[in-house]
Design a protein around this ligand. Sequence first.
Ligand SMILES: Nc1nc2c(ncn2[C@@H]2O[C@H](COP(=O)(O)OP(=O)(O)O)[C@@H](O)[C@H]2O)c(=O)[nH]1
Ligand SMILES: [Mg+2]
Length: 206
Amino acid sequence: MSVQFNRVELTAVAAKTEQFPQRSLPEVIMVGRSNVGKSTLLNALCRNKNLARTSQTPGKTQLVFFFTVDDSFYLVDLPGYGFAQTSRRSEEKFSRVTDQYFNQERQRAAVLLLLDIRRGFGDLDWQMADFLDFYHIPWQVVLTKADKLSRSKQNDARFKVISELKKRREVLGDASCHFDTPIMVSAIQANDSGMAELRRFISSVV
Ligand SMILES: Nc1nc2c(ncn2[C@@H]2O[C@H](COP(=O)(O)OP(=O)(O)O)[C@@H](O)[C@H]2O)c(=O)[nH]1
Ligand SMILES: [Mg+2]
């Protein structure tokens, strides 16, 4: 399906399972550390600056946002992780509502695992990767804020992630559900080729 992102509507804001939408549509889920640029990317994808609020107090909102795109799939914005406030108990890696989301039977097409291109994978990102593999959900790495690095540093960072994913593939084989090539984006550069690639990726999974 070729996704146009012409019509994007906020369909549900959920704090718990009972508030997740009932309608069954393919879901593309965005996850990442707080401040990775999730809301900004969502707005850029949908060409709408006000769709998802950017730069909220990090870790404060533990809500899942469901956006219906072109009346054909959901874009799901999960709470960012990586701030102390996000877990009530230290053994809770991700928020309760994130666990609830993944524990429910839903039509998950793919996860976009966002990494700040300047940081790459951190411990929590690898834990999220393990979590997604456990649930057999295909995940695609998206490197955000590409404009923050020079072209050559972008390539270095991208290559590092590619080799880390390759190593994971060698160790885990099919047990790791990742796509092998990361997509690199900038939300502030017009005509960003990564954004077009990301739209094509989403079109290919929904
Ligand atoms: N330069 C640059 N800044 C970005 C980009 N994406 C996000 N940001 C900035 O990073 C900060 C966090 O972004 P936000 O979307 O709120 O992150 P979230 O917590 O993951 O939703 C904000 O100050 C954004 O303006 C990008 O592609 N390029
Ligand atoms: Mg946000």
